[in-house]
Ligand binder design. Structure first.
Ligand SMILES: C[S@@+](CC[C@H](N)C(=O)[O-])C[C@H]1O[C@@H](n2cnc3c(N)ncnc32)[C@H](O)[C@@H]1O
Length: 274
């Protein structure tokens, strides 16, 4: 499939539009990304140029149109038990503290804030079950900006790439395997609530308060510094005092915020709201 040509000036306008709506910053040398990922949308819509598409986005875009753009432009790489040490710090160090503080485990809320196809929040759920903590009592919610990945997350059927890091015993216990597909059992599937949340949408984030632990991993890398600050400040406001934030192990809050205290637990950094 041949891509539709994209001139630099239109590229920059589309790039700025995407940035304004999502915080995702596409550098000058990544024009091919827009060409590759959006050409398909233009063809589906019978549009002949990126200029026509830009006009549609600016003047006629409804929620569906924006969702289609976010589905195309986001990078959704994820898998079960990714950077697994963080989940064990949650179950072995942080949750016991939270359980001691709160009278009822029902009051503990964990949020996977850029969950992609759901592997991250479901891993949390599996680990809680393995630690004899009931994930139906502890609230686990998960969100993403892309409606497409949220639909996959709710279906919860995975390929062998996604499940490759899951310990064999858990794979047998929590999945139904046929051919190359692994369907998560309802006992895990039903423990996570999925929502569409854009981390740079301050207004929507105002409804998200009272979280005890937030996982916001491998998404800040797609933002520039200003968007990182916005998303991290929204996350900060969503956390209870003393609550914890996990970011990806290759990410950093350096130059983004000084509002969190970094706690190093078993070589994992858990950022605490002070
Ligand atoms: C690489 S995946 C990371 C998934 C998972 N957290 C992990 O670490 O394996 C990044 C996810 O961030 C989502 N994303 C990008 N911009 C976002 C935004 N502004 N608000 C919410 N989610 C966003 C993408 O749709 C994508 O699913």
């Amino acid at each position: 499939m041949l891509n539709i040509p994209l001139v630099d000036s239109t590229f920059k306008e589309i790039r700025d539009y995407i940035y304004e709506k999502s915080g995702i910053y596409i550098a000058d040398n990544k024009k091919y990304l827009i060409e590759n990922r959006l050409s398909r949308i233009l063809k589906e819509k019978g549009l002949n140029s990126f200029e026509e598409y830009l006009e549609l986005l600016r003047f006629r875009a409804d929620t569906n149109e924006l969702n289609r753009l976010f589905d195309a432009i986001t990078t959704n790489e994820t898998y079960f038990f990714r950077e697994a040490e963080q989940f064990y710090v949650l179950s072995d160090n942080i949750l016991p503290k939270l359980m001691a503080q709160k009278k009822n485990p029902k009051n503990i809320r964990i949020w996977s804030a850029a969950c992609s196809t759901g592997e991250e929040p479901y891993t949390i759920s599996i680990i809680l079950m393995e630690k004899m903590l009931n994930p139906r009592q502890i609230e686990i919610c998960a969100s993403d900006i892309s409606e497409g990945v949220l639909n996959s997350a709710k279906r919860a059927v995975y390929n062998s790439y996604s499940v490759r890091n899951i310990p064999e015993a858990y794979l047998k216990k929590y999945f139904l395997n046929s051919d190359q597909s692994y369907a998560l059992k309802p006992s895990v599937k039903n423990t996570v609530k999925f929502m569409n949340v854009n981390l740079v949408d301050d207004k929507k984030l105002r409804a998200f308060r009272g979280m005890d632990v937030i996982f916001c991993r491998n998404v800040l890398i797609y933002f520039d510094n200003k968007a990182k600050q916005k998303a991290v400040s929204n996350i900060y406001n969503s956390l209870n005092p003393g609550g914890y934030l996990f970011i990806g192990s290759s990410e950093s809050l350096h130059n983004v915020t000084m509002a969190f205290r970094p706690n190093v637990i078993n070589k994992v950094i858990a950022y605490q709201k002070v």
